[in-house]
Design a protein around this ligand. Structure first.
Ligand SMILES: Cc1cc2nc3c(=O)[nH]c(=O)nc-3n(C[C@H](O)[C@H](O)[C@H](O)COP(=O)(O)O)c2cc1C
Length: 497
């Protein structure tokens, strides 16, 4: 659990390891396997029908109760289909959507308005700023090492560093991340986690055809190529990273020649030579000639394993590389708490008799607080990105940072109690998002913080553990400070009577 970063609270997952929404490849079986192992998965639903999206959402839910998301590509999708896809995501109640390629601010706005968390994958600093201004909750910095469509021209580490310099929201890194060392390296730079495509393609649960999986396992280091040969279905001048084949070697002729040649089928749909379709379980045809997407890490993938095993190996590897950095993300140190615990002379006394909250009640209350803080963090993040008022922006950022800090502290307190932390976001978030206007929303946040204060005042005296008691006390004082600051800011902006 020690790799936990604030983005885990936004995504409601245990580890900051995210399955990329690979079109065709990331279907329900893979998404559910990643979620069950503690990561977060996106269904790759580019240009898919709303019926398939609804069916895949239901299929994930049949396999896991954990939250997950959907990936869409507005620029490669006709507007009417995109509209129906977005509706399917909202009606399906997915936790998050990732968007990629040309930014569609309208789609970001629509999803956010419906309470869906939005992550935008970007290939440059300019794109990152535009996505953040459009309201993205999370940025995915995609380096040019990435498999599939490659948006920018920067290497991953340089891009992550530059995006971090401008980002107010969590940044995840994508492109060539294959093992624990790769994950640790991007987290050391300040990324809150990573998005992986190729490493999860080469797993038992992925919907890629065995031919594609085998080619990845057989790939040599440095073997991938960056090409624009596979272009049918996408906006022009879009580069992809693939394994070399007869197409990239030029043996299949001019990619733009007519008539188009059919090289396979997916049910009754023809697969054309030079199209962006990659070989899937459901396809037949000449797989060698299709787009064999692979990131630069492909040469380090040696076998097809269950997705959960791959995720656990990556997490374990990263944890062994990050002995001290891990603590950067942990405002409350379990060790500190133990050291601070005073001798309890009433240790043998019955907790209920002494007026202390019984363990199950304490766990419930802490989980309620965790859900509320997670909701508060999300609303504050929205206010910080939406407002043009520098004072309110700064205040919202402080509130956001505090709420994330308390999420993390509550999360660890629950783990210390041996209780599974809730992965839900409190209803407060949805209610807050229905309120128009930044100031009205901030006033609503203040009411929410007031509720937390009242709860902490009641709960605090009933907590027996000294360290937990001190943590809740600190949390109470921080909330009182933030309430005062927000009240002052709102009073200064109130129209004079
Ligand atoms: C087979 C494959 C299909 C992909 N399809 C999509 C897609 O439909 N939408 C998208 O946003 N990204 C897609 N990507 C790119 C990923 O989002 C991500 O940037 C990439 O996989 C990261 O690099 P890696 O493959 O080296 O881990 C795809 C990548 C692969 C390998």
């Amino acid at each position: 659990m020690d790799l936990h970063t604030p983005v885990c609270d936004l995504l409601c997952c245990d580890y900051p390891v995210v399955l990329a929404g690979m079109g065709g490849v990331a279907r329900s079986e893979l998404v559910a396997a990643v979620a069950e192992a503690g990561g977060f998965g996106f269904l790759g639903m580019v240009r898919e029908s709303p019926q398939l999206i609804a069916a895949e959402i239901a299929a994930v839910r049949d396999r896991t109760a954990r939250p997950f998301g959907v990936n869409l590509i507005p620029a490669a999708t006709k507007p009417a289909l995109l509209d129906a896809e977005v509706r399917a995501c909202v009606e399906g109640g997915v936790h998050a959507v990732t968007l990629f390629w040309d930014l569609s601010a309208e789609t970001v706005k629509r999803l956010r308005g419906a309470g869906v968390l939005v992550a935008c994958q970007v290939g440059s600093l300019e794109e990152a700023i535009a996505a953040q201004e459009a309201g993205a909750d999370i940025l995915i910095a995609q380096g040019w090492e990435a498999g599939g469509h490659v948006r920018g021209r920067s290497g991953l580490h340089a891009l992550v560093a530059s995006v971090l310099g401008a980002a107010d929201v969590p940044v995840l890194a994508a492109g060539g991340v294959t093992d624990g060392e790769d994950l640790a390296a991007v987290m050391r730079l300040g990324a809150q986690g990573a998005v992986l495509g190729t490493a999860f393609l080469a797993t038992r649960e992925s919907f890629a055809h065995d031919y594609h999986k085998r080619r990845i396992v057989e790939a040599a280091p440095g073997e991938t190529v960056h090409t624009e040969d596979f272009h049918i279905n996408w906006p022009p001048n879009a580069a992809v990273r693939v394994l070399p084949n007869s197409v990239t070697r030029g043996a299949r002729g001019d990619p733009h020649a007519r008539p188009r040649q059919v090289v396979g089928a997916d049910g009754d749909r023809s697969i054309y030579l030079f199209s962006t379709d990659s070989p899937l379980r459901s396809m037949t045809g000449d797989f060698e000639a299709m787009a064999l997407y692979a990131g630069q890490g492909a040469g380090r993938i040696g076998e097809i394993v269950p997705a959960g095993d791959r995720l656990r190996a990556i997490v374990a590897g990263a944890m062994s590389c990050l002995p001290s950095e891990r603590r950067l993300h942990a405002p409350v140190e379990p060790g500190d708490r133990e050291a601070a615990s005073a001798v309890c002379y009433a240790g043998q006394a019955d907790a209920a008799y002494m007026g202390f909250a019984p363990a199950d009640e304490l766990a419930t209350e802490l989980n309620v607080l965790l859900e509320a803080e997670r909701a508060g963090a999300r609303v504050a993040a929205r206010i910080a990105t939406e407002t043009d008022d520098p004072g309110l922006k700064a205040l919202a950022r402080v509130i956001h940072a505090d709420e994330v800090k308390w999420c993390k502290a509550l999360f660890h307190a629950l783990l210390d109690l041996g209780v599974e932390p809730s992965t839900k976001v409190g209803d407060f978030y949805r209610n807050a998002m229905t309120i128009a206007g930044v100031e009205a929303r901030l006033a609503f946040v203040n009411r929410g913080q007031g509720w937390v204060v009242r709860k902490l005042r009641t709960l605090g005296p009933r907590v027996r553990d000294d360290a937990l008691h001190a943590m809740l006390r600190e949390m109470l004082e921080a909330h009182e400070r933030n309430i005062d600051d927000a009240n002052t800011a709102l009073a200064e902006r109130a129209p004079s009577a």
